[in-house]
Design a protein around this ligand. Structure first.
Ligand SMILES: Cc1cc2nc3c(=O)[nH]c(=O)nc-3n(C[C@H](O)[C@H](O)[C@H](O)COP(=O)(O)OP(=O)(O)OC[C@H]3O[C@@H](n4cnc5c(N)ncnc54)[C@H](O)[C@@H]3O)c2cc1C
Length: 349
């Protein structure tokens, strides 16, 4: 039986695990955190006696890939899949809001948070997910792939290995391994993928904001804030009478504030939100949360040559940076395609 190791239980890793187990492979997923779905991240908390859910990485799944939409809507457990209601309007450098382009694109999340997507992909598969395992280096011996984690423990042997962390983390994993021409070329290609950083502030309020839009996007890219959205537009996320804003700072502002006291950073983002939305109450949130995403969004895809060469030796990569689009549906697509491309002898053969 073919044993495939997957590093990372984000959307790409989970989609690949699903495809590979369907094809008869034994799959072990090594995931550093205690949750799944990586940058499509959700959290819950209590406020005023009510439970709140919010998505603080990817805001929603777009419907740009028909196959991924069908999978999510029709083939996975669709329980709790929700449509995000309301338009996305725009604001400029001065913070002036105007109507956005009309769009009837669907935006989806889950009642329990967008991270449910990877849970659904893994549900019912035989894939084993090992949480709290941070892969440190990749080894090749006896024609097999092995992974050594931060504690020095070894995983494998694997007939094929799939790496799905963001490109800079995949590069580190490859460089830390034994020397190998294919791995060096793949590490160099991963290193060349440019990334944007995003500082996310989550701001909670004990009142319901009265505005027609779900989100606001800065179109000229000259504002300190790039995106503001309202989690109460996702069914099941925010109780009546409350508001939760997700405020994403521009890449430059994000990097400049990565090491600033989060209390100061979220206070500044709250002031920006109050000014753009035009409601001074937003300057004083009841609670806050934050996350600095250093490698938030790849701005380009990895060169395909080194990826194909490494795949010939049973070393695969998948993720949004392999797809060349910083989108959740692209990560799922990349995982599905890579899972289908890994060599697994036909189980009927
Ligand atoms: C702030 C923000 C907003 C976004 N907004 C949107 C949006 O609205 N719509 C949209 O479509 N997309 C959005 N995206 C992009 C979307 O989140 C990503 O494209 C998608 O989630 C990438 O999935 P992935 O599986 O490729 O990578 P990841 O989600 O990064 O998954 C990689 C996994 O590998 C794990 N890992 C990393 N290193 C190791 C290691 N050494 N050992 C073990 N495990 C490891 C991580 O914990 C993670 O679970 C946004 C992203 C961010 C950060």
């Amino acid at each position: 039986m073919t044993h495939v190791g997957i590093v990372g239980a984000g959307a790409a890793g989970a989609a690949a695990a699903r495809t590979l187990t369907d094809r008869g492979a034994t799959v072990t997923v090594l995931e550093k955190s205690n949750v799944v779905c990586g940058r499509a991240a959700s959290r819950t908390r209590e406020y005023d006696g009510h439970r709140i859910t919010y998505d603080y990485g990817a805001n929603y799944l777009k419907d740009d890939d028909e196959g991924v939409v069908e999978l999510v809507r029709d083939s996975l457990d669709g329980e709790g899949l929700v449509e995000v209601a309301g338009p996305v309007d725009v604001f400029d450098e001065s913070g002036t809001v105007s109507s956005g382009r009309d769009s009837d694109d669907s935006k989806r999340s889950y009642r329990a948070g967008i991270s449910s997507l990877a849970e659904r992909l893994l549900d019912g598969t035989s894939a084993r997910v090992e949480h709290g395992v941070r892969a440190r280096r990749v080894r090749r011996s006896d024609d097999c792939w092995r992974v050594v984690d931060d504690d020095g423990d070894g995983w494998g042997p694997f007939d094929a290995l799939l790496l799905t962390p963001p490109a800079p983390q995949t590069e580190r994993l490859l460089r830390a391994g034994d020397p190998g021409v294919r791995r060096r070329a793949l590490a160099d290609a991963a290193a060349a993928v440019p990334y944007r950083s995003v500082y996310t502030g989550v701001l909670g309020y004990g009142f319901r904001l009265d505005r027609p839009y779900y989100g606001l996007v800065n179109v000229d890219k000259d504002h300190e804030v790039g995106w503001i959205s309202r989690e109460e537009h996702k069914p099941g996320h925010v109780p009546a009478g409350q508001t939760v804003l997700v405020v994403q700072a521009s890449p430059d502002w994000s990097v400049a504030h990565a090491d600033v006291d989060p209390a100061e950073t979220t206070a500044t983002l709250a002031d920006h939100a109050a000014s753009v939305v035009g409601d001074e109450r937003l300057g004083d949130p009841a609670w806050t949360d934050h996350k600095f995403w250093r490698h938030a969004l790849p701005d380009d895809g990895v060169a395909s040559g080194p990826v194909a060469d490494a795949a010939d030796a049973g070393l695969h990569v998948a993720g949004d940076w392999v797809a060349g689009a910083a989108r959740l549906h692209a990560a799922v697509r990349s995982g599905l395609e890579t899972g289908a491309a890994v060599s697994v002898p036909d189980r009927r053969g």
